[in-house]
Design a protein around this ligand. Structure first.
Ligand code: ACO
Length: 438
């Protein structure tokens, strides 16, 4: 393949069939930032050949104006705003509005948005009976996946995906109800009564209240914990076309309703290579148990015959420090300080592990840095959340992005059902052998 265009002209690549000499022009698309993108939409028509890209390392599956990542520079921006600025200066409601609508809200717009979310925090009373069908020891992600999927059985009046008004109501319902459902999943697992939402509390405060209040005594939300949780929500809100977001888009491309699509996203997020990593980090640190054993685990992580990987390390896109991890690390210190936790062996061990890994040739050469999940679990643990709930909190925060990405896809006039092709490597045509002759 040779690059055919000059800097000024519209650029394209020329694909040459070495057998026939036939040439095919592949146009180049320019985004507002980031690398150029080869448009291969007509490739199959023109050549009869597909491309092969398992894991989609070189394939853009859609156009999107929501989030931009430069993995080499360690940059993450939502609608053009740096994540560091949003995490420190904004709040989760504002970021949610931004992701959904494209611009930061005015004072009036924010008030209206927060009011709309607040008015939808309760779930249909029948949903508590759905919960009671689960085993108490079920993983809360299993419960979340089931209950969010079931929302489409409760809110029939917002299922018409072609109606912008119904889409907006579904967005408000999902963003408002997911903390209620997540807190119910937690309460159910520990055998405590469900706590109804309190609409005079802010989003993160309300969630903390629903998780940790009990009917028999007053519970005062710690403002520092609430602020830190709000920041964690911002840091997890969106990350462009990751596995769970792509799952939501693919599920939605068939016209499925947003509740069902977001349940699919939750299922994808659950895996340890994705959102389940925050839980896996704590388990790993507990397994290491002592700083002295870190070299042993580093050695295992480097051994190709050992399935062990350093959890919370590495990222498909970031080949630099994950900017979210920087804020998360700082937040971790702030929260532990505020909560008066002087010695947290897991944090000491995490920092030592990071220090050793970042000096090790294996990690340096492969550009493996801590990702967002490396420190988040330590903060959540200090706040009193059990390990099994960590990925649920991630799903809670990611719901707004899943919705924004789903909405962007539905509103795209070029949207088509997602349907990847394959490189078939199975049996060639053969004759059927009847059972008695096999
Ligand atoms: N520990 C040890 N080695 C690693 C790690 C790790 N955590 N991550 C990647 N590598 C190595 C691989 O073995 C591979 O080595 P090789 O080139 O010698 O074969 C190389 O680095 C590239 O790794 P890939 O698996 O090809 O990278 P990929 O982009 O497919 O995977 C992933 C990215 C899944 C995040 C991976 O780094 C990983 O498993 N990390 C641990 C789990 C984790 O923290 N996930 C959270 C991601 S962030 C998020 O979802 C919110």
């Amino acid at each position: 393949m040779s690059k055919a265009a000059t800097a000024n002209a519209p650029q394209s690549y020329t694909l040459v069939d070495n057998t026939t000499g036939k040439k095919i022009e592949l146009p180049v698309l320019d985004g507002t930032q980031g690398p150029q993108v080869l448009d291969i939409r007509k490739l199959y028509n023109d050549t009869g050949a597909f491309t092969f890209d398992p894991g989609f390392t070189s394939t853009a599956s859609c156009e999107s104006a929501i989030t931009y990542i430069d993995g080499d520079q360690g940059i993450l921006q939502h609608r053009g705003y740096n994540i560091e600025d949003l995490a420190v200066q904004s709040d989760f409601m504002e970021v949610s509005y931004l992701l959904l609508n494209g611009e930061l809200p005015s004072v009036e717009q924010k008030k209206t948005f927060v009011n709309a979310i607040t008015r939808h925090t309760m779930v249909h009373e029948q949903i508590q009976f759905l919960f009671r069908g689960f085993r108490r020891d079920a993983h809360p992600m299993a419960v979340l996946c089931g209950v969010v999927g079931a929302l489409s059985a409760f809110y029939h009046d917002s299922l018409d995906i072609q109606d912008p008004q119904q889409r907006m109501i579904s967005a408000h319902r999902l963003i408002a109800k997911i903390p209620t459902i997540a807190a119910m999943a937690y309460k159910y697992s520990i055998g405590q009564p469900f706590v109804y939402p309190k609409n005079d509390l802010k989003y993160a405060e309300n969630f903390l209240h629903m998780c940790f209040a009990v009917p028999c005594e007053e519970y005062a939300v710690n403002p520092v914990t609430a602020r830190a949780l709000d920041r964690i929500f911002i840091l997890h809100a969106d990350h462009e076309q990751n596995a769970s977001t792509s799952t939501v888009r693919l599920a939605g491309s068939s016209g499925a309703n947003p509740f069902a699509c977001i349940a699919a996203g939750i299922a994808s997020l659950w895996g340890p290579a994705h959102g389940g990593a925050n839980e896996a980090v704590i388990k790993m640190l507990q397994e290491i148990g002592d700083k002295k054993r870190i070299p042993e685990f580093i050695k295992r992580a480097k051994d190709k015959n050992d399935g062990f990987r350093l959890m919370g390390f590495g990222h498909r896109v970031y080949k630099n420090y994950d900017p979210r991890a920087t804020v998360m690390r700082q937040t971790c210190h702030e929260v532990l300080n505020e909560l008066g936790i002087k010695d947290e062996p897991l944090l000491d061990m995490a920092m030592e592990l990071e220090r050793i890994a970042l000096e090790d040739d294996y990690f340096v050469e492969r550009k493996l840095y801590p990702n967002v999940d490396f420190y988040s679990g330590i903060i959540l643990r200090a706040m009193g959340f059990p390990t099994a709930l960590f990925t649920v909190l991630f799903a809670l925060a990611r719901t707004v992005c899943w919705f924004a990405q789903w909405k962007e896809m539905i509103e795209d006039p070029n949207q088509r059902i997602g349907r990847p092709r394959q490189l078939y490597v199975g049996a060639k045509p053969r004759a059927y052998t009847p059972l008695h002759k096999r």
